[in-house]
Design a binder for this molecule. Structure first.
Ligand code: SAM
Length: 245
């Protein structure tokens, strides 16, 4: 997958060199280009913002640098003919695991990171008429810029690309995957720590009982923390024989 990012703070994306994403880059599973929006601003101060037309607080990102930066990516030699441009925005569709899975199948993602009060609306209209454009929110709160939102999305998307995470089975059993439930609690050794014992069923070696316990825990956790995620058919289930353990 090719990922291009446009931002006035390219340094934010140094974290993509670390851990599994860094390895995925080294192995060629993802290819990332980070573009400084100010390179497309040609006045002495490399200005990318201006006052809001019609008045109001704050500054708005000017359309011209965005036009030049995005044209440069979309019209580059060998560019993918059908990229998806994502503008992180608190006014966008909420990012979910399902969306991450869909986006993991794309060949070319372009992220446009807003700052200040956001980007001039005509940029969304212009690129919406030339490519697929999505405004995406990572949650109902407001960040200072789209950089952190972009990093969160890239991490969630890239780990679903085959080969990025070593053991693909570890992706299946996670929260928000397949059955829509939150994941059961995890334990490792030692069997007792500061007087707190691992649930005995996990030490039993009885795989069917362990699977049953984990499912009950998943359902109870989802019911307690995120009841709106619980599938209708499970609303009466759980509180089974291990639920109190
Ligand atoms: N004035 C905008 C509004 O009320 O919708 C908020 C602008 S915010 C201060 C600056 C930038 O941060 C946005 O253009 C967007 O790129 C990013 N941003 C802020 N909150 C976000 C969120 N919840 N999800 C995704 N991006 C966000």
């Amino acid at each position: 997958m090719r990922i291009d990012i446009v931002s006035i703070f390219p340094g934010y994306f140094d974290v993509l060199e670390l851990s599994l994403l860094g390895k995925a880059k080294q192995r060629g599973l993802i290819e990332v280009g980070v573009h400084d929006l100010r390179d497309a601003a040609h006045d002495r101060h490399r200005t990318v913002d201006d006052t809001p037309t019609g008045g109001g607080a704050g500054m708005v990102m000017k359309p011209e640098p965005w036009g030049e930066a995005l044209d440069g990516i979309l019209e580059a030699e060998g560019a993918d003919p059908d990229p998806l441009i994502i503008f992180p925005s608190p006014a966008g569709e909420v990012f979910t695991q399902r969306m991450a899975r869909e986006l993991a199948g794309e060949r070319h993602l372009v992220f446009g990171c807003g700052r200040y009060e956001g980007i001039d609306q005509r940029v969304f209209e212009e690129y919406g008429s030339r490519a697929r454009v999505k405004l995406v929110s990572i949650g109902d709160y407001v960040l200072n810029g789209g950089e952190v939102a972009t990093i969160a999305m890239i991490e969630a998307i890239a780990r679903l690309i085959p080969g990025v995470v070593g053991n693909p089975e570890s992706l299946v059993e996670e929260s928000h995957e397949e059955d829509g439930l939150l994941e059961y609690p995890s334990y490792t050794k030692p069997a007792e720590w500061r007087g707190r014992a691992v649930p005995p069923v996990l030490l039993s070696g009885n795989h069917a009982a362990i699977a049953e316990w984990r499912r009950e825990q998943s359902i109870e956790r989802t019911r307690a923390g995120r009841p709106e995620l619980l599938p209708r058919e499970l609303r009466g289930e759980a509180r089974g024989r291990h639920a109190a353990e």
